[in-house]
Design a protein around this ligand. Structure first.
Ligand code: KIV
Ligand code: ZN
Length: 542
């Protein structure tokens, strides 16, 4: 058996499907480019039948990311995959979206557990088997590369699974993915299930066996590794482990476990691990889903050594308390990289070293921001640069832009904010509001201009580096109150409300807060008016 593990990333499908993870098409494209830099083998770019927007986003990724490696190397482009329920309509839509890629894949699924078949599908075993054969054959008539998943395999009868998978292979499936859809199984059980499938399914030797685990009991990574040890050669994962409910298996955990414990696994992936941290930040910024500080590999504390006894050990020998080097996952040391007197050339070179290939126009904008920051902050670190780049380049379509903000707050008087926004028609609008604090006041003033009713679900602030002059990063998540755009949940097969995340960075945390809220509002507006024709309500204009 070969020792290469294919990394199938489903951040843009199972990840994006999780509450609050909504991304715009432009953001999805940027995530896909980042996945290429990471070196993933397969990008599950979305669920094209969910909506015309979803189809278009997958199509763009297939064209712009799936047809060239995009990083100047001669490696073949990643496989671009679209998800489809086991229906002709879904499969047609998936094919319409992915066919533009050099290596397209259709991924179709149907549940095989008794509980799903009886209550959700209202189908018996024979009907399920028949549908699998029919739909896998249909998918294969369109596309050479077909993946089939028996949904809720973790709770399915193994004997029935062998039968269904064997028929799927005969019908043309090339990858068989075994999902623990509800995160129920334990590592021993999952390892045994995969071993049983490999032993008992006719024709499996010509297919790739894949594993797809959810983290409801916190076992997703352990289950994925158990499946791999039992012979699976594709792991389905997401950046930061985002996904349905408790999430999916996280890419960084699986890849770093395989790398760090190579003698145990004796397996390799094609992932450039130094890109992990950057991908993590990008996905967190775009989705508004903050990474918990103690998250393995990418959490802010993952490489922090606080206890005296640990610090002492680290000083004597790094490996006393460190099993991986932070640089291996792209965590750069907090050090002075650039200062007030650094030139454009040094700035560009450092961005390039960090993996950002920016256009000259974007470079001009970022350099301007850098100079302003360097005036306020003596030492500028890699983390500052990354926050600045995220703030400058990775913003959603700017329907409204922040043109000015002034707040009055403290123990005397009422917190007041005056906000000036530039609207889609180019005119500026000013509003003032009072609130419980300066952020509340600023948000109320923006609400008065934009008039997009929403609930603020989450607001978090963190300092990018230590020091009183640190850049503050703010992440917010909002949910629209009416006229909400919907997303489709593949598991419950129902529509549901979407939430939107926004991110902002500035040395002034009120400004960062305003930018983050505006970014989330812009996303909401773009989703409500996908053609970008959001109208400016009439307020005071200048
Ligand atoms: O969790 C699951 O079962 C899925 C399938 C669509 C593969 O996401
Ligand atoms: Zn899933």
């Amino acid at each position: 058996m070969n020792n290469y593990i294919r990394i199938f990333d489903t951040t843009l499908r199972d990840g994006e499907q999780s509450p609050g993870a909504t991304m715009t098409s432009a953001e999805k494209l940027e995530v896909a480019r980042t996945l290429v830099r990471l070196g993933v083998d397969v990008i599950e770019a979305g669920f094209p039948a969910a909506s015309p927007d979803d189809l278009e986003a997958v199509r763009r990724i297939a064209i712009e990311v799936g047809s060239a490696r995009g990083d100047g190397t001669s490696k073949r482009p990643p496989i671009i995959c679209g998800l489809a329920r086991a229906s002709k309509n879904d499969i047609d839509k998936a094919w319409e979206a992915v066919k533009h890629a050099a290596c397209p894949r259709i991924h179709t699924f149907l549940a095989t557990s008794e509980i799903h078949m009886q209550y959700k599908l209202k189908m018996d075993r024979e009907q399920v088997l028949e549908r699998v054969i029919e739909m896998v054959s249909y998918a294969r008539s369109l596309c050479q590369d077909v993946e089939f998943s028996p949904e809720d395999a973790g709770r399915s009868d193994p004997q029935f699974l062998y039968l269904v998978l064997g028929e799927a292979i005969k019908a043309g499936a090339t990858t068989l993915n075994i999902p623990d859809t509800v995160g129920y199984i334990t590592p021993d059980e999952f390892g045994a299930l995969i071993a049983g499938i490999i032993k008992n399914t006719p024709g499996i030797e010509n297919c790739i066996v894949s594993v797809h685990c959810h983290d409801d009991l916190g076992l997703a990574t352990a289950n994925t590794l158990a499946g791999i040890q039992a012979g699976a050669r594709q792991a389905e994962v997401t950046i930061n482990g985002i996904g349905e409910r408790a999430g999916n298996t996280s890419l960084e955990e699986v890849v770093m476990a395989l790398n760090t414990r190579r003698p145990v696994f004796n397996l390799v992936t094609g992932i450039d691990t130094t890109q992990i941290m950057r991908a993590s930040r990008l996905v967190s910024n775009y989705t508004g889903i903050v990474v918990q500080p103690n998250k393995a590999i990418v959490g802010a504390n993952a490489f922090a050594h606080e206890a005296g006894i640990h610090q002492d050990g680290m000083l004597k020998h790094q490996q006393t308390y460190e099993i991986m080097r932070p640089e291996a996952v792209g965590v750069t040391q907090t050090r002075l990289v650039l200062g007030k007197h650094s030139g454009r050339h040094a700035f560009k070179a450092r961005l390039y070293e960090l993996g950002y290939a920016v256009s000259e126009t974007d470079l001009d904008k970022a350099f301007e921001r850098f100079k302003i920051l360097a005036d306020k902050k003596k030492t500028i670190t890699d983390a500052d640069l990354e926050a600045l780049v995220a703030d400058e380049f990775y913003q959603p379509s700017q329907v409204y832009t922040l043109d000015g903000l002034q707040v009055a707050c403290g123990t005397m008087g009422m917190p007041t904010a005056t906000v000036r926004l530039r609207g889609p028609d180019g005119t500026t609008q000013i509003q003032a509001a009072v609130g419980t604090g300066p952020v509340d006041a600023a948000y109320k003033a923006m609400d008065a201009i934009i008039q997009a009713p929403n609930n603020l679900l989450e607001f978090s602030v963190h300092a990018v580096t230590g020091g009183i002059d640190a850049l503050g990063e703010v992440t917010v998540r909002i949910e629209s109150k009416n006229g909400h755009p919907l997303s489709f949940d593949t598991q419950t097969e129902t529509d549901r409300t979407r939430t939107f995340g926004g991110h902002g960075a500035d040395t002034d945390i009120i400004v960062a807060s305003a930018k983050a809220y505006l970014a989330a509002l812009n996303k909401l507006l773009v989703a409500t008016h996908p053609d970008g024709q959001a109208e400016a309500p009439a307020v005071i204009t200048t």
